[in-house]
Design a protein around this ligand. Structure first.
Ligand code: PLP
Length: 348
C-alpha cells in the first residue's frame, strides 16, 4: 500500500504521561475516497487538514459516522488491537443505515494494521492509557440536494489517550430527552446520535452529573445506555444489561463482558431493567452495583444516580464485580494473560 511518511515526527514534543482524551493526534492517517461508484485504494499520509467544498453534503445532511477502538502495548513490547473485526463489521452496519457505501473489510484491517505499525511508538504504556483509533467516513459531494451523497471520504486517525474517567461517576436518569427511538438509528455510530446527546448531557452536567442514562423513548421507564457506554446493573448477585436493539449500540465491551461473566461464574442476564426496579433495589439494598462499559471508558463505576431531582448514592459493596471484570478484560487487551477467545489481534 502507498505510504507517505512525515519528514519529522511530532512525538518528540509530546509528553505521553499527561494526555487527556482525544486532543493530540499522531503523525499519519489512512485515507480512501469514494467517487464514480468505487472506493480508492487506502493510502497512508501525514496527518493534515482536509479541503472541502462549502457545499459538501456532510455539512448539510450529516451523513457521517465513526468507530472507536484502541491499540495497546503489551509487556512484551508488541502492539495489539482488541476484536478489530467487530468494529469493522459495526462500521459497515452503520454505513448501511446511513446510506454510505461500505468499506471492504480486508482493506480496512490491512490499512489499520499498517497505520498502527507506523505509529507504534505513540502507544502510551501508563496504566489506563492507550492509543485511541478513530475510523470515520463522511459525505463530500459538492451538492446540497437532500439525497445520499455520491462521494465520500474514509479516514483513520489516532490519538494517544489517558483514562476517560479517573474515578467513579454520577449519572442522571433521563426522563424527558431521548437518544434514540424504535425504527431510528441509535444502533449506528452516526455522528448525529452524538450531536443530539450534547444538549441533555450539558444540562445534566450543570446539575453535577457526568453522564446521562438514556431510557426508552416511549415511556422513559426502562434503562438503555449511559452516555457512550452500555450499562450493567447488579441486583443481588446477578447482573443485568439491556438486550441490544435498534435503539442501543451493540457494544464490543458489553459483548465481551457477557462472555467473561460466564467464565468468572457471574450470573448475567440480558433483559431490560426498569427504573422502578432500580429504585426498589436501592430501598431494599438489592442494588449493589451500577457500571458502564465501553472502549473509551473501559469499565466505569457509577456511585450515584439522580432521578426526579433526588440523588441516590450506592454504597460500596464487598467483592464488587466491576473491578474483577475490568481486570479480566484489560489483562487480555494488554497481553497479560492467555486469550482463550482469540480477541487480541497482534500488529505485525
Ligand atoms: C452510544 C454508545 N454505547 C455504547 C458504547 C460502547 O461500545 P464499545 O464497547 O463497542 O466501545 C459506545 C462506544 O462506542 C457508544 O457510543
Amino acid at each position: 500500500m502507498e505510504i507517505e511518511k512525515v519528514a519529522q515526527s511530532k512525538l518528540e514534543n509530546l509528553n505521553l504521561t499527561s494526555l487527556g482524551f482525544g486532543t493530540q493526534f499522531t503523525d499519519h492517517m489512512v485515507i480512501s475516497n469514494f467517487k464514480d461508484g468505487k472506493w480508492s485504494s487506502h493510502t497512508i499520509k501525514p496527518y493534515a487538514p482536509f479541503t472541502l467544498e462549502p457545499s459538501a453534503s456532510v455539512f448539510h445532511y450529516g451523513q457521517a459516522l465513526f468507530e472507536g477502538m484502541k491499540a495497546y502495548k503489551g509487556k512484551d513490547g508488541k502492539a495489539y488491537l482488541f476484536r478489530p473485526t467487530e468494529n469493522i463489521k459495526r462500521f459497515n452496519r452503520s454505513c448501511e443505515r446511513m446510506c454510505i457505501p461500505q468499506i471492504d473489510e480486508k482493506a480496512f484491517l490491512e490499512s489499520l494494521n499498517e497505520l498502527i505499525k507506523l505509529e507504534k511508538a505513540w502507544i502510551p504504556t501508563d496504566e489506563g492509557s492507550s492509543l485511541y483509533i478513530r475510523p470515520y467516513v463522511f459525505a463530500t459531494e459538492a451538492a446540497i440536494k437532500a439525497n445520499p451523497s455520491l462521494e465520500y471520504r474514509f479516514a483513520i486517525i489516532c490519538s494517544p489517550v489517558s483514562a476517560y474517567f479517573s474515578s467513579a461517576i454520577a449519572v442522571k436518569i433521563e426522563e424527558h430527552f431521548s437518544r434514540a427511538a424504535p425504527g431510528g438509528f441509535g444502533y449506528a455510530k452516526a455522528a448525529g446520535n452524538y450531536a443530539g446527546q450534547f444538549y441533555p448531557t450539558e444540562l445534566a452536567k450543570a446539575e453535577g452529573y457526568q453522564q446521562v442514562v438514556w431510557t426508552d423513548a416511549n415511556t422513559h421507564s426502562y434503562i438503555e445506555e449511559a452516555g457512550t457506554m452500555n450499562i450493567f446493573v447488579r441486583l443481588g448477585d446477578k447482573l443485568f444489561t439491556s438486550p441490544t436493539s435498534d435503539t442501543i449500540l451493540d457494544g464490543i465491551t458489553r459483548k465481551s463482558m457477557l462472555t467473561l461473566c460466564k467464565d468468572l461464574g457471574i450470573e448475567v442476564e440480558e433483559r431490560s431493567v426498569a427504573v422502578a426496579e432500580l429504585l426498589k433495589g436501592f430501598e431494599t439494598g438489592e442494588l449493589k452495583e451500577l457500571f458502564g462499559v465501553g472502549t473509551a471508558a473501559v469499565v466505569s463505576e457509577i456511585n450515584s444516580f439522580g432521578y426526579q431531582g433526588i440523588q441516590y448514592s450506592i454504597d460500596e459493596v464487598e467483592n464488587p464485580y466491576a473491578p474483577l471484570l475490568k481486570k479480566a478484560l484489560t489483562d487480555i487487551q494488554l497481553g497479560r494473560t492467555e486469550d482463550p477467545y482469540g480477541w487480541r489481534y497482534e500488529i505485525i
